[in-house]
Write a protein of this length. Structure first.
Length: 296
């Protein structure tokens, strides 16, 4: 048992954990978004996805990046801030966004591609799938941090070595935290977590916060809003994720106190990602309509 847990190769963990919230996190963001989408956004997304629900395509980008055609997109799932947590957290585009692109430029790029009539249907459809996915990734703090490859090189334990597993900090935030919060790793678990989150957005603990989360929301600002959101996530690295330095977590079982202290952040970030995505898709649908009505 013990041997098996430790023997999982670092490469396997890296491949699994490096790119996103797992299935549940991305689906939760999609379900939350769907609740805030207006009729026009529903029609547009249903058209571009041929009726497939958002939650079912939310992790497509993680599969696509592993294919030869999709390899270029692997760098687009994050921005590696070269800051100094926990003393100093910040995102600087010139310093941190790779020349091949990063999540900030990717959100701007795929937003405009959804609206670009010169592209094929499948290209616009892929652009929407990227957007749904990247709104999840950009809300995961470790997707906006370069230290130890976004925490992928910080080895931690999830449970003790008798019953638990050796994972890395990034993977734990992506999967163990979310699956534990949702009470499962299925779309149904994501849907019920989303319902909980929606209740808090409407009338609970997020009610008065959500306007601030979408104070930047104009799709016309290019990288402006995604940059603000990356900054917002990155700030949490210093205030929460690595508030007490790498030493607090490295080699430690983080399923107890650390999880308890940080799970409210995980939940809030899923709420942010979903709410921002819903309103963003409404803005895209509005731009699509204006485009049609201004046509001669
Ligand atoms: C925009 O998306 C296209 C299609 O995936 C990609 O080929 C291109 O490199 C992207 N451009 C930028 C600046 O991210
Ligand atoms: C490991 O965790 C399990 C489940 O919490 C517990 O029953 C067991 O006693 C722990 N083992 C050690 C060595 O701490
Ligand atoms: Zn991803």
């Amino acid at each position: 048992m013990k041997v098996t847990a430790v023997a999982i190769s670092a490469a396997a963990l890296f491949a699994q954990g490096a790119y996103s919230w797992g299935l549940v996190g991305h689906a939760t963001v999609a379900y939350v978004a769907q609740n805030y989408m207006n009729g026009a956004a529903r029609i547009l997304t249903s058209h571009l996805l041929s009726g497939t629900p958002l939650a079912e395509i939310a992790s497509w980008a993680d599969t696509f990046r592993t294919t030869p055609d999709g390899r270029f997109s692997a760098v687009l799932h994050y921005i590696d801030a070269n800051d100094k947590p926990p003393q100093k957290c910040n995102v600087k585009m010139e310093r941190d966004c790779a020349s091949e692109g990063c999540i900030v430029t990717a959100i701007a790029n795929y937003t405009s591609r959804i609206l670009d009539d010169t592209l094929d249907f499948s290209e616009r459809s892929d652009a929407l799938k990227f957007i749904v996915h990247f709104f999840g990734d950009i809300s995961q703090p470790l997707h906006t941090e370069g230290l130890a490859v976004g925490g992928n090189e910080i080895s931690v334990l999830w449970g003790n070595l008798t019953t638990g597993a050796k994972v890395n900090l990034h993977a734990a935030w992506d999967r163990q935290f979310v699956d534990t919060l949702a009470g499962g790793n299925t779309l149904a678990a994501a849907n019920s977590l989303a319902k909980n989150i929606i209740a808090d957005l409407d009338t609970g603990i997020y009610k008065d916060l959500k306007a601030g989360w979408t104070s930047c929301g104009s799709i016309k600002r290019g990288t402006g809003c995604p940059k603000a959101w990356a900054q917002d996530s990155n700030r949490l690295i210093c205030s929460n994720v690595l508030a007490n330095g790498v030493e607090e977590v490295e080699g430690k079982d983080i399923s107890g106190d650390y999880y308890a202290a940080n799970v409210p952040i995980v939940r809030q970030q899923l709420a942010k990602g979903g709410y921002r995505l819903g309103l963003w898709l409404n803005a895209i649908a509005k731009a699509e309509q204006l485009k049609c009505s201004s046509r001669p």
